[in-house]
Design a protein around this ligand. Structure first.
Ligand code: NAD
Ligand code: DAU
Length: 331
């Protein structure tokens, strides 16, 4: 591979993947296609003559065709990614996540370009809190939110393009990521930046909902392995056995930031709030030899807190607007 196209490369996970490839595969030219929505930030990208940013929309078929034609592989991260926004305005989710994916796979089909589809564990819906079951590649799709439903739709389009048109594609479904450069609307950075600003962190409902946390760098390494060694047509689940309920995660953040673990504000719950996600990553580990490197969640949180402390300029301008939206939703 000499040239790759990374969509959504100015977002949280896409930019981490770009940094990973630029560092570990420095001969590869990376074109980032990103619309720079509120979630995209050019400052997330490494400065390198091998990394080029094209500001544009993945739904723009002419632009997508021009870029795909020049690429050896497409790694598709671009999405509307926040559940809470999908509950107030689902339209951009349908457009970007479904129509955008359709536009990309049509171009990859036309020029026979390798395609990797980055997706989420939320396509499977949720598990019961008391259950010990985990999601596997065989778990039936059962999405709950508009966001999850549009991601599930995009996965199904990719599966159909593989079967009907021989698209050379793989899919990965990953659990909740954390780490530097995550937008401050998301749970962990929202709470860290609240505390740094002297505000109380906000916990939805009773805080018993469980997420399966993985460090973003472990996700990027997994995507690279699947792209280069995965079986065409296959789905790989990515997760690092990081299950924790929201109240425990928040108490850990508060403690690490020298606050009482109870110093938070309970707020309105998310409508349709998924209870528990848990990933069985056996296939990724056994077939491709992947293992997470960030196995200590507490120290991963500690370095993430440090990043937000040191990079106040990166987030502080947006904080008021982000919190205003949450206040409107009583969250
Ligand atoms: P993000 O919201 O931080 O970034 C999304 C990026 O896509 C932004 O840079 C944005 O500008 C860009 N974008 C949005 N619409 C676009 C469009 N129409 N055309 C071009 N670019 C557009 O998202 P993220 O958290 O980095 O997630 C990246 C991908 O990983 C998504 O597909 C998401 O579903 C998936 N995922 C996320 C997580 C997680 O925990 N954050 C977990 C599993 C899977
Ligand atoms: O599971 C993978 C998914 O993880 C990705 O597909 C999504 O793109 C990503 O946003 C994330 O979705 P969640 O909805 O799980 O993430 P979020 O950070 O919004 O919330 C995590 C949990 O924390 C969830 O149970 C809701 C809760 N929460 C969230 C916020 C913002 C709070 O209790 N308080 C908050 O202020």
């Amino acid at each position: 591979m000499k040239r790759i196209l990374v969509t959504g490369g100015a977002g949280f996970i896409g930019s981490n993947f770009v940094r990973y490839v630029a560092t570990n595969q420095s001969e590869i030219h990376i074109t980032v296609l990103d619309k720079l929505t509120y979630a995209g930030n050019q400052a997330n990208l490494p400065v390198s003559n091998k990394v080029e940013l094209v500001v544009g929309d993945i739904c723009d078929a002419d632009l997508v065709e021009r870029l795909v034609q020049k690429s050896d592989a497409v790694i598709h991260f671009a999405a509307e990614s926040h559940n809470d926004h999908s509950l107030t305005n689902p339209a951009p989710f349908v457009q970007t996540n479904i129509v955008g994916t359709y536009t990309l796979i049509e171009a990859c089909r036309k020029f026979d370009v390798r395609y990797h589809h980055v997706s989420t564990d939320e396509v499977y819906g949720d598990l019961a809190l008391e259950d010990s079951q985990k999601f596997t590649p065989e778990t039936p799709y059962n999405p709950s939110s508009p966001y999850a439903a549009t991601k599930a739709s995009s996965d199904l389009l990719v599966k159909a393009w593989v079967r009907s048109f021989g698209l050379r594609a793989t899919i990965s479904n990953c659990s909740n990521n954390y780490g530097p450069y995550q937008h401050i609307e998301k749970f962990i950075p929202r709470q860290i930046t609240n505390i740094l600003n002297g505000q109380r962190p906000k916990l939805y409902g009773d805080g018993k909902n469980v997420r399966d946390w993985i460090h973003v760098e472990d996700h990027s390494r997994a995507v690279w392995l699947i792209l280069t060694n995965g079986q065409i047509g296959d789905t790989y689940l990515i997760g690092a056995e990081g299950e924790a309920d929201n109240k425990t995660v928040l108490a850990t953040i508060l403690t690490l930031m020298q606050q009482s673990p109870e110093a938070y504000e309970p707020v309105a719950d998310r409508p349709g709030h998924d209870l528990r996600y848990a990933i069985d990553a056996t296939k990724l580990k056994e077939e491709l030899g992947w293992q997470p490197q960030f196995t200590d969640f507490r120290s991963g949180l500690e370095s993430t807190i440090e990043w937000y402390r040191k990079n106040r300029k990166w987030w502080e301008k947006e904080k008021i607007a982000v919190e205003k939206l949450y206040t409107q939703r009583k969250q």
